[in-house]
Design a protein. Sequence first.
Lengths: 282, 384
Amino acid sequence: MNWIRQPGVVAALPAAIFLFVGFAGPLLMVFGYSFMPEKTFTLKQLPTVENYVSVVTDSYYISFTWSVFLAALTVLLLFPICYPIAYGMAKLFGKWAKLVTALIAIPLLISENIRLFGWVLILLKNGIFDGTMQSLFDVSVSGLLYTVPAIVLGLVYVYLPFMLFPLVIGISMIPDVVKEAAADLGANRWQVFREVELPLAMPGIMIGCILSFILVLGSLAESKILGGQAIVMIADDIESAFTFAQNWPKGSVLSVLLIALSGFIVFTLFRRIDLDQVIGRR
Amino acid sequence: MFDSRISRRNFLQQTGIWAAAAAAGTFPSFARAAREKELNIYCWEGYNSDDVLDPFRREFAATVRAEGLTSDPDAVNRLRAGETKVWDLINVNNPWAREMMYPEGLIKPISRERFEPYFAKMMPQFSPPYRWAMDKGGKDLLGMVQRFGPFSFVVNTDKISRATAEDQGFKLFLDPAMKGKYGILTYDNWNIYHMSVAADVHPFKKHTKEEIAKFGKTARQIFNGAKNLTDDLVQMNLALINGEIDAYFTGGTYTASPARLDGATKVRGITPKTGPMDGKGGIVWIELTSVVNNPDPSPLAEEFLAYVQRPDVSKKVAFAEGTYNPVTQMGNADVLNQFSAEELDAIQWDTLEEEMANSVDYDINPDYSEMYDLYSAAKREREG
């Protein structure tokens, strides 16, 4: 029992208790509720798997598919948008990098919903964009709002910092001498990028991709506000199950499945990254 | 002997002992004193506005905390999850108190002797004993009514006249010509009731399999014809004013009034003239404010219920921030005289009586869960 007296264990105890009560506890409750009969509000009933059966046989796969598709699409769009900016911030901008960081970080201080409503005013029929196009070019571009592309725009806009900042860390980990050495040995620009830069920045890239993917997977506001619920994302189904449907067990099943999906993706990808390397502890 | 010298060590010991004793509740009088001047209200927006709360805070020297709720079921969930310890008053729509919260022990009755006389001064529809304020046995008074309003759908009267909308009722949304010209305000529970009405099915009665199937078919048709869905009434009004849509499914005075007070009087809540609910086609909601069954209750809860009955406060409640609504106290001339012509027009006072006569009260749908599954599937599988 000597390990209990170790200073490390003692020091970690408050955080461990806090994590268990505040993080693991609620997750276990959700897991427990997922096995309760429909429409019950206690954990004292006999467990059943009927909710899992009904979720699998119902059309919830549509919401899961939309969420996964939009998460993947957002990541695919964010990477090429963020990589050049991150490269500039890490290697080129010098003292201006701080300004760029501030410009990108400041909107994070404003509620996501308010920023999305800003986009509603821009995309609305007779809104800022449509009105400008009408007055300048006599062309009407209404019908942008309440569409899947509007949702994608919102997702890319909201989750950009979550891809960008890990990329900056990843790229700043590439020693310039290594690139110079590669060039000296006859590699062209593309080869330097593909065979030197990308592999060395990979931990940052992976974290950026995972972070934005998981956040989009659980997102709700973009499809509601910009998409006019043109599609239903899984987080929307979960919210409805807990509220309007008054069916906590079904909401719990959907949550458990979403957590399992996110967990599977994170663990599969994290096995490929050395976190110690990212935080500089080699 | 008591050692009066305070060293750092015994200071900490003493503090610890006092803190532990207080936490263990050995000073109940302290705890009670703390709650005598404290009131926590969980309510639809309006009751939480400073216009309503500040005079109460001053008069009773009270600390009042109020949080706005965004859906009835969500609010009731929070009480079920143990927040009866937090709140003193809860304000939700009419059926929840008598059908769910009271039987589940989440709220407690208020004094009939003290509060029934207030009902006598309200509009005649609310005279005592008022059904929704009483428990199922008709014995206990479960809360006070104030805001209410007809709730069916909303049109832009420049595009669809009031008369046409009232005559067609919810069938308007089944007309192929309306495809892509209306939105759905996703207040899911209301949508289910209104889609039932559109399917010629009474939403508040036990249903046959055929009726439920008919509901499911109608729900799909309405979802597939909708241009947009949102749970935000401001966004829906904006879409209506900008011409993105001509009407929205699920709405009424509550949702149309903010746009109307801003001058967009073409935004109008419509109550269908006829329908499948004993000949009626509209539904009306009535808010009920009840005292939460808090184990450590605040004596200010009942005081607040009496306070909001005052004519000036009733007016403030009707026109607090967010949405504007008629109040039952408008049956009293002292209250009614406080409203300007624009304000009365915003809440469609001119047609209120007629709309109420064409509506039934919001109630519990015995087949809600079965219909909800069909509804949510129709929403997910929407072809747009």
